[in-house]
Structure formats: structure tokens, C-alpha cells
Design a protein around this ligand. Structure first.
Ligand code: UDX
Length: 453
């Protein structure tokens, strides 16, 4: 099998499926990325992946190439794992350029029938379009079938999510495609049996499979924005959103997951996926039914500004500016740049966005992240970066913890208090022990936990 696209998604899948025993070829147009992977270097941070990459390279089950002819010769099943970024235009719909490029680069080289399986997150009805594209470019006599099987992996937890998925969704148009997909996941089923588990498989049509992914991400985004909106009420009323989330989550119909209030959601998926979902619904004439997702996005964006306003309040720098803050001359340590812990991914990172806003409001911002520094520097070169946690907080008027890395969660507040200019902290992910920090002399502000102040 081949995996077309070797970014976070494709490289992880290629490596994990080699680990499951398949002969895998990873394909990408980026020569540097392919050279790195072939040399045993994972070009991003994902716990455990490097070890698996090297083991499977050594075992000879895994190879990487930029050559689509080689890909066509290698595989009968080709997984499409390329990016589907948000378009820069006003529509904010998904850009399918890379999907188109992968299909039109591969298909003309095929010499036998093949199954293309989409894994990338796409607008509903993309499978139909890909099938037409493939039919147009296929050599005569070669049949290309197209199926969609969305992925649900979470960065930082990706190996487990691929090797031990909580469900598989096969969007197929024929029993033959379903059989081929079951065979392509035999290793996943066998691993589950070893653990005495079953992997639920939902077999459906391709359009439903495409929608499953965007609906799942829209639901998760809604949960997060819901609890963040409630956190604002908690702040205003003097209640505690963490106790509230625990209490409502104990209702099995609600569940505890994705009810962590904070600075909001980011990353390469949730923000762009809810916008693309709205855009596609509008194209289908039902955009009004998803209008609430616009508000989910709005709540999420306002959480970022809320941190700036909290900072202004704590530093006594509220102003008559429209945003209510003027931080000129204040030094703020921003702890965190990755969009969440256990990754170096800074795409649409709330931490980095807040750092940028603090900077715009005049603050002298110093950023530190255990893994995301290189990416952060590339995306936000105008900010200052410190080589360590200690350097970042040194002489700060305010510390903002915006990514819940263990290094920050388990830090000793008494020791850090010795380094800062003034012991003030904003816990943007509610990940610190508030009592411990207060006991060490800190003025602590969480999100939706105002009654403790
Ligand atoms: C997400 C989906 O979870 C995954 O199924 C899909 O395949 C890709 O998109 P990912 O983007 O890796 O995965 O991160 P996720 O763990 O979902 O977190 C997304 C964002 O939500 C992060 O910024 C995180 O900090 C935030 N979040 C998550 C919260 O603010 N509160 C929560 O309770 C949970």
C-alpha cells in the first residue's frame, strides 16, 4: 500500500501500517521531507514515532519516494493523506489542490486496477469528484475505484489512534472496495483481538463517511466553545467552571471529554474544518442550518482576546482602546507555543496568537515552548524567544501559561517566584494547581475560576 502525502497524517499512517506488517511506500513531493524520513528522521514531534520509523526502515517494510511511477508500481491500495488547508479567500472553504495533484500525479502511471482511499478531511461529495478525475486520467483498461475512510487521529496521541482506533469508517461504493479496505486493516483487527477488543466498523456510502469526519470535529469544537462560553458566565458570577464541567460530564449523555475550558481550540483541524463545513453547507443551500458554527468560531476567537484583557486587568493596564488593554512597557512571559502539548505543531495555535496580541498591545513578549520553538520562530519571527523556561520568566511582570505542557504544570511556583519581577500568573489552560501557586505568593487567574481570586 502507498500513502500519498507524508505530513503529520500520512507519515504517521505509513509508519504505523509498516509496524502492522504491511509493505508500505510513503510518497511526497517534498524532497527534503522524503530524504529525512528515509534517513530515519521524523520531521515533526510525535511521541514514539521515531522508534517505529527506524524499526520498520531496518525491517525493509517501509520506504519513501517522490516518484509517482514507483508509487503506481508498488501499491494496489493508495491512501490519500495530503493536506486540505483553508482557502485564503473569503469562502474559507477547503482547498483541494493537493488532493487533485496527488490523484493526477498517480493515476496516469497505473498499469493495473487500483483502489484510492481518501483519508484527508474533505467537503462532502469529494469522492465523486475524485472518481471522475481518476477516470479522466486513468490509462485505458485500468479501473480506479475511490473510497473514503476518514482518520480521527489526535496529534500527540497519534500512534495509539492509528494502531488502536476506537472506530473505522469505510465509505465505499462496492462490496469489492469494502473487502479491500477490510484486508488493508487486517493488522488493526488482529491487534485488537490480541487485546481482547473489537474495532467497530461503520460501512457506509462515501458521502456519509466524508461527513462523519467534519461532523465529529464540529461537535468537538462545539463542546469546547460551549464550556468556554459557560466559563465566561462562571467568571462573571463567581462560579468554578472546572467543578461545573466535572459535574455535567458525569452525565453519560454529556461525557467529561472536551469540556476543558481555556484559551480555546487551535491546530490544523478544528478551526479550519468548522469553516469548511459551513462553506460546503452554504454551497449545498443549507448554510443557514450551520450558522451556529460561526458563533462557535466567534466564541473561540474571543477567548484569545479575553486573555489579553485578563492580562491588562492583572497589570492594571486597562485602557480606553477598543480592546480595553494597553500593555506598553510590560514584560510578559508566554509559556507555550504549540497548539497543545506533545506536539511541535503551531498551526492556529491559541498560545502563539495570544503572544502576538500581547505584543500588538505593546507588551515585551518572551515565548518558550519545550518543542515548538523552531516552528514558532518561523511563523512569528517578530516575537522574542527564550532558550528555557527559567530564561522566559526571568524579570517578567506577568507569566501566561497557554499550553498545558507537563514542564509547566509540574513547575515549582516558589522557585519561579524568585525569578520574576512580580508573581502574577494567568493559567490559560486551567492546568496549574491554583492553591499551590497562591500559597507560593502568586496572584493567580484561571479561566472561569474567578471565585478563587
Ligand atoms: C482533532 C480531533 O480531535 C481529531 O479526532 C481529528 O482527527 C483532528 O482534529 P487535534 O487537532 O490533534 O485533533 O487536537 P485535539 O486534541 O482535538 O485538540 C484540539 C484543540 O482543542 C487544542 O487546541 C486543544 O487544546 C483544545 N481543547 C481540547 C480544549 O481547549 N479543550 C478540551 O477540552 C479539549
Amino acid at each position: 500500500m502507498t500513502f500519498l502525502g507524508c505530513g503529520y497524517l500520512g507519515a504517521t499512517y505509513a509508519i504505523c501500517f509498516a509496524e502492522l506488517g504491511y509493505e508500505v511506500l510513503g510518497v511526497d513531493v517534498d524532497e527534503r521531507k522524503i530524504q529525512a524520513l528515509a534517513a530515519g528522521q521524523v520531521p515533526f514531534v510525535e511521541p514514539g514515532l521515531s522508534e517505529l520509523l527506524n524499526r520498520n526502515l531496518a525491517a525493509g517494510r517501509l520506504a519513501f519516494t517522490t516518484d509517482y511511477q514507483q508509487a503506481a508500481d508498488h501499491g494496489d491500495v493508495h491512501f490519500i493523506c495530503v493536506g486540505t488547508p483553508q482557502r485564503a479567500d473569503e469562502s474559507a472553504s477547503a482547498d483541494l489542490t493537493y488532493v487533485e495533484a496527488a490523484v493526477t500525479s498517480l493515476v496516469p502511471h497505473l498499469t493495473r486496477d487500483a483502489l484510492l482511499v481518501g483519508k484527508s478531511t474533505v467537503p462532502v461529495n469529494t469522492t465523486e469528484w475524485v472518481a471522475q478525475l481518476a477516470a479522466k486520467h486513468a490509462p485505458s483498461g485500468v479501473q480506479v475505484e475511490v473510497a473514503w475512510s476518514p482518520e480521527f487521529l489526535q496529534e500527540g496521541h497519534a500512534l495509539e489512534d492509528v494502531l488502536r482506533p476506537n472506530r473505522l469508517v469505510f465509505g465505499v461504493s462496492s462490496p469489492a472496495a469494502e473487502a479491500a479496505l477490510r484486508a488493508a486493516h487486517r493488522g488493526v483487527f488482529e491487534l485488537a483481538l490480541q487485546d481482547d477488543r473489537q474495532v467497530p466498523v461503520v460501512v457506509t456510502d462515501p458521502a456519509t463517511a466524508e461527513l462523519v469526519k467534519v461532523a465529529a470535529n464540529a461537535f468537538l469544537a462545539t463542546k469546547i466553545s460551549f464550556i468556554n462560553a459557560v466559563s465566561a458566565v462562571c467568571d462573571a458570577a463567581g462560579a468554578d467552571v472546572t467543578d461545573l464541567a466535572k459535574a455535567i460530564g458525569l452525565d453519560a449523555r454529556i461525557g467529561t471529554a472536551f469540556l476543558r475550558a481555556g484559551v480555546g481550540f487551535g491546530g490544523g483541524c478544528l478551526p479550519k474544518d468548522i469553516r469548511a463545513f459551513q462553506a460546503r453547507a452554504a454551497e449545498l443551500g443549507v448554510g443557514h442550518e450551520l450558522r451556529f458554527l460561526h458563533e462557535i468560531d466567534g466564541i473561540n476567537q474571543r477567548r484569545r482576546l479575553h486573555v489579553v484583557q485578563l492580562a491588562a486587568g492583572l497589570l492594571d493596564r486597562t485602557s480606553s482602546r477598543p480592546t480595553g488593554a494597553d500593555l506598553t512597557g510590560c514584560t510578559v512571559a508566554v509559556l507555550g507555543a504549540a497548539f497543545k502539548p506533545h506536539t511541535d505543531d503551531v498551526r492556529d495555535s491559541p498560545a502563539l496568537a495570544v503572544a502576538g496580541m500581547l505584543h500588538q498591545h505593546g507588551a515585551n513578549v518572551v515565548v518558550y515552548d519545550p518543542a515548538g520553538m523552531d516552528n514558532a520562530r518561523r511563523v512569528s519571527p517578530h516575537l522574542q524567544y527564550a532558550p528555557s523556561f527559567e530564561d522566559a520568566v526571568s524579570d517578567a511582570d506577568l507569566v501566561c501559561v497557554l499550553t498545558a505542557w507537563d514542564e509547566f504544570r509540574h513547575a515549582d511556583p516558589a522557585a519561579i517566584a524568585q525569578l520574576v519581577a512580580a508573581p502574577r500568573v494567568i493559567d490559560g489552560m486551567n492546568c496549574l494547581d491554583a492553591d499551590l501557586w497562591r500559597a507560593a505568593g502568586w496572584t493567580y487567574r484561571g479561566i472561569g475560576r474567578q471565585q478563587h481570586s
